[in-house]
Write a protein that binds this ligand. Structure first.
Ligand code: PLP
Length: 482
């Protein structure tokens, strides 16, 4: 992507690639979308993809591959052990991160499973800038406790802080003084902090946080799943990175850590994951779990074809024109929504645009899941599928009480290299319409609430007849447009 100044004076993102394979999309009329969302229990996870126009649910495993990636898949070496494909992936990871050891895993959470099973003992703490759903679940499962040490700025919904993902170093120091370094299993730092809106950390903060850990002999772990976006922001927002190449910034970040794990469903435009490890002792500690839970050490549950695609995808991640499409589209979306007075998380981050449902639907109480209701309403109004990131995505406490989330967000992920600018503009327009009709949108309640990860497959229903009213208003305002 390039940001180009048009003759009109407008600055717009311009694609630096062309589309050579297409997939036809369906845009159902609103009445059919109404039936589809009801059939899905008002949970966008349960929609059929054929009923979705623009799938902005996630950036996971749905990023577009390049011609080079597809070509590489043809030379994949099918061997149970010692595949040349593994060696190519391994060499690329060593080149980028400079760590000697690599354990493959079938996706990011599988890497988290191996890490927490090896490193988390009951009663230990795992401080992190912010939790990610699966990272927290794995630490908790092993009897550890997740502590979120995000700076105060990180939780401010509207801000011009360029690095809202930064770790609160002072809070980490206080924690070490209070509990002692031995009580900390490891410090996990998540690049491009997912659940607070894809917000990055500065290179300076990576360095300061991990230096403090090293001073106290605490193990440092980087979750690099969203590293590509973070790299773009280091390059464009941090003075000391402006003259560094993307590979140089990557290595500078990697050099801070003992362990780096990632979901290749995001990093590397493929499907897989793994753990890069600096020293032999940690490698040996984790190695036995890979054949037990994932697959042999040279594939770890991944298809060799995907591994080839990831190797090339990691290389493409080192190209600023390849990794900036997401951030530039998101910036366009966030700025356009903001200009229309629609509450969004600012500044624009990576991964997607995040609508603040608490301010979009101030009349819907948190107990009625405003972000879930907004995600359902947005699908109805547009065929765009977003994801609830709020109270619905939280877990009940062991005593059954329902904790209210810090934020109620609808995330509109922009999978990398997938959408065009006119599709993004359509989404902006329909969100604008919904905002003008926000008073019509009501809350949701559970009909079926699973105990674990309830947001994935829980079913809900609208409180009152707001879905019918919203459909009528759409027809009134937009005639027979889809
Ligand atoms: C997606 C994600 C994971 C989990 O990866 P999966 O491949 O979906 O299992 C972990 N951490 C972060 C930051 C993520 O975005």
């Amino acid at each position: 992507m390039a940001k180009v100044t048009f003759f009109s004076g407008q600055q717009l993102p311009l694609e630096m690639h062309k589309v050579r394979i297409i997939q036809k999309l369906n845009l159902l009329p609103i009445e059919e979308r109404q039936r589809a969302i009801a059939g899905a229990g008002y949970n966008t996870f349960l929609l059929q993809n054929t009923d979705v126009f623009l799938d902005m649910l996630t950036d996971s495993g749905v990023n577009a591959m390049s011609d080079q990636q597809q070509a590489a898949m043809l030379i994949a070496d099918d061997a149970y052990a010692g595949s040349a494909t593994y060696t190519r992936l391994y060499d690329k990871l060593v080149e980028l991160f400079g760590m000697t050891y690599f354990l493959p895993a079938h996706q990011g959470r599988a890497a988290e499973h191996i890490l927490s099973k090896s490193l988390v003992k009951p009663g230990t703490y795992v401080p992190m800038n912010y939790h990610f759903t699966t990272s927290k679940a794995h630490v908790t499962e092993m009897g550890g406790e997740v502590l979120e040490l995000i700076t105060e700025a990180g939780l401010e919904v509207t801000s011009d802080d360029p690095f809202k993902g930064n770790f609160d170093v002072a809070a980490l120091k206080a924690l070490i003084d209070d509990k002692g370094a031995e009580a900390i299993a490891y410090v996990r730092i998540e690049a491009g902090t997912n659940l607070i809106g894809g917000q990055p950390l500065s290179l300076a903060n990576f360095r300061e946080t991990t230096q403090l850990c090293r001073d106290h002999g605490i193990l440092t772990v980087l979750d690099a799943s969203l590293l590509a976006d973070n790299l773009h922001f280091n390059k464009t927002r941090e003075a000391q990175c402006a003259d560094m190449s993307i590979p140089e910034i990557t290595r500078a970040i990697a050099d801070c850590f003992d362990i780096i794990y990632f979901s290749a469903r995001k990093l590397g435009f493929g499907r897989g994951g793994g753990i890069c490890i600096r020293d032999e002792a940690h490698y040996k500690q984790m190695r036995a779990l890979v054949p037990m839970f994932e697959g042999f050490l040279t594939y770890g549950g991944m298809s060799v074809r995907e591994m080839e695609a990831i190797t090339v995808g990691l290389d493409e991640t080192m190209d600023e024109d390849m990794i900036n499409q997401g951030p530039l589209f998101i910036e366009h979306m966030v700025n356009e929504l903001d200009a229309r007075g629609i509450p969004v998380i600012t500044p624009a981050g990576g991964l997607g645009a995040h609508i603040d449902a608490m301010r979009f639907l101030p009349h819907v109480p948190q107990q009625q899941y405003p972000a879930g209701a907004l995600a359902a309403a947005l699908y109805l109004a547009s065929g765009v599928r977003g994801m609830e990131r709020g109270t619905l995505s939280e877990q009940r406490d062991p005593d059954g009480t329902e904790p209210m989330a810090n934020m109620e967000l609808v995330r509109l992920a922009l999978p990398r290299r997938v959408f065009t600018l006119s599709q993004v503009n359509y989404a902006i327009d329909r969100i604008d319409w919904l905002y003008q009709n926000r008073d019509l949108v009501g809350g949701l309640r559970f009909v079926e609430e699973p105990e674990i990860l309830r947001f994935f497959y829980g079913r809900l229903e609208p409180i009152g007849d707001w879905v019918e009213k919203l459909t009528e208003a759409f027809r009134r305002d937009l005639g027979d447009s889809l």
